[in-house]
Design a binder for this molecule. Structure first.
Ligand SMILES: [Zn+2]
Length: 409
């Protein structure tokens, strides 16, 4: 039965690869799937955005210092890790029967589902921790750099949880499919901007995974350790956070470069505000490339471009999130190949794929950690209710606005 399901899901993945455009940013292959379903071709080149940008208005940030009355206890157990893609703000646009519908159903959750998932995580005693705090690099007695697991100090009775959000770039293809368009600053806070199904501009804090979590932690400060939120895993081929900050391989006209510089200036205060309010960043490659099928030279060019265009804006990060969950060099669990070594040489230390549990392993031959994340999405809502019951009950979360593709429960 499992084999049949597995074969079926591989078939669906191949189907998704056929109908989704290259570089769409959707994960087509997870680590717990048979490798080999890859997407090919470079990302589409996009024209710079001319959407309105809000001027930043400075304001004091919430104080994330810990409550001294809370008893902290040492925690060395599993740190659960759940990841999301951008959430669907308008299901009627995502689930409209077009060619994107199946992929969006598989890899995304709706705003309604996301709200219920956050409530459930909170009720079950999870507390958000920073992925950067879970492991640290140190020098052993021989002077060799290694990674080690930190003992986390968390409030008694709580369970630590990392949240990460892939492809928070606000890709062009998402804009007509029910997603928000970009993050903006309004009244000193992060808001989303987008168009509703009637085409009216909407500024909101209730339609985007980032602003929804901000508000949730504001209402429930004990859902977060020291105000931390989640990791935003960014590609670069259509810019970041809704701002078209990328270059064009074919060259940039003076006008295009001028618009790009305006986008860069506009996104900087957004990045600063996100960092100030508990968000942090990781690389998801520049072009959403599959590391299992890319050659070393491709990875080098892609990584350098990411560092130049994204890293230069968000600052240094040790976190790398494999696009499609695709592991480099055949197998990064049992061996350390040339792509892994190259990424390590660029400062990356924690490498995350996607899997059926919050697996992690400290490598012994190189100073690095590899880990898997579980995926909160339509596929697991439909087919893996049991496995995700520790987080939420798919039966209670599932959005009726989804198309009728069936569930296993
Ligand atoms: Zn992705």
């Amino acid at each position: 039965m499992y084999r049949t399901l597995r074969r079926l899901s591989c078939f669906l993945l191949v189907l998704a690869a056929l109908i989704l455009p290259a570089g769409c940013g959707i994960e087509l292959q997870y680590a717990d799937e048979t490798p080999g379903t890859s997407h090919t071709g470079g990302p589409p080149s996009a024209s710079p955005s001319i959407e309105p940008s809000e001027e930043p208005s400075p304001s004091p940030s919430p104080d994330p210092s810990p409550d001294p009355s809370v008893k902290l206890v040492a925690y060395d157990g599993i740190v659960e890790h759940l990841f999301f893609h951008p959430v669907i703000a308008y299901p009627e646009l995502a689930f409209d029967g077009d060619l994107k519908e199946k992929g969006l159903d598989s890899y995304m959750v709706t705003v309604g589902e996301y709200n219920k998932i956050l409530e459930s995580l909170y009720e079950k005693g999870y507390i958000l921790v920073n992925m950067n705090d879970v492991w640290e690099e140190y020098q052993d007695e021989d002077g060799v750099l290694k990674m080690r697991r930190n003992t986390l100090m968390i409030p008694e009775g709580k369970k630590p949880l990392i949240l990460s959000f892939d492809d928070t770039n606000y890709y062009n293809y998402m804009l007509s499919n029910g997603f928000t368009y970009k993050l903006v600053l309004k009244d000193g806070e992060i808001w989303s901007y987008g168009l509703d199904p009637q085409g009216n501009p909407v500024y909101s804090q209730d339609l985007d995974a980032i602003t929804i979590l901000d508000k949730f932690v504001e209402r429930h400060p004990d859902f977060s350790l020291n105000g931390v939120k989640g990791c935003l895993c960014l590609t670069g081929y259509e810019g970041i956070l809704g701002y078209r900050t990328m270059t064009d391989i074919k060259g940039m006209s003076a006008e295009a470069e001028m618009i790009r510089q305006m986008e860069i200036a506009a996104v900087k205060p957004i990045i600063a505000k996100l960092k100030e309010t508990g968000w942090y960043f990781g690389s998801h490659s520049w072009g959403h490339i599959s590391l299992s099928t890319s050659k070393l030279d491709t990875v080098k060019a892609d990584t350098q471009r990411w560092l130049d265009e994204v890293g230069a804006l968000i600052g240094p990060t040790k976190l790398y999130f494999y696009p499609f969950g695709a592991r480099p060099d055949g197998d990064d669990v049992r061996q350390t190949g040339e792509i892994f070594k190259y990424l390590h040489s660029k400062g990356f230390r924690v490498f995350a794929s996607v899997g059926i549990e919050s697996f992690s392993k400290i490598k012994t031959d190189i100073s690095a950690v590899i880990c898997d994340r579980m995926h909160a999405d339509g596929d697991t809502l439909r087919g893996q209710r049991e496995r995700y019951l520790k987080f939420y009950d798919a039966k209670l979360v599932f959005d009726d606005a989804r198309p009728d593709y069936g569930t296993s429960w």
